[in-house]
Write a protein that binds this ligand. Structure first.
Ligand SMILES: [Zn+2]
Ligand SMILES: [Zn+2]
Length: 99
């Protein structure tokens, strides 16, 4: 977890929204249908947008993911070209669409 987001993830508002997204998505990862664990920001939080409730707490920007799919989403933060990702063996491969 990034430092600037620590206080946010401890806030009452976030906990409430996170619970809401868990229920909305029925406890299931929206990508693969496995049990969901992590409420993910589709548009990633930054120090600039973390105080914007539509980004930080907006249900349109949030989805429930399992640990695996969440890791895949965040591999976009790595310095790879868009459309590329690392597979389990660490090889750079084309991101498969529609996971
Ligand atoms: Zn998943
Ligand atoms: Zn995330």
């Amino acid at each position: 977890m990034k430092d600037f987001a620590k206080g946010f993830y401890l806030s009452k508002e976030w906990r409430r929204v996170r619970d809401y997204i868990f229920k909305r998505d029925a406890g299931i990862c929206v990508k693969c249908g496995e049990p969901g664990e992590i409420v993910h920001h589709k548009k990633p939080l930054t120090p600039e947008n973390i105080s914007d409730p539509f980004i930080a707490l907006g249900e349109d920007n949030l989805e429930l993911l399992c640990r695996e799919c969440h890791g895949i989403e965040h591999s976009e933060d790595m310095p790879t070209d868009k459309g590329l990702m690392f597979d389990e063996e660490g090889n750079l491969v084309e991101r498969s669409k529609g996971l």
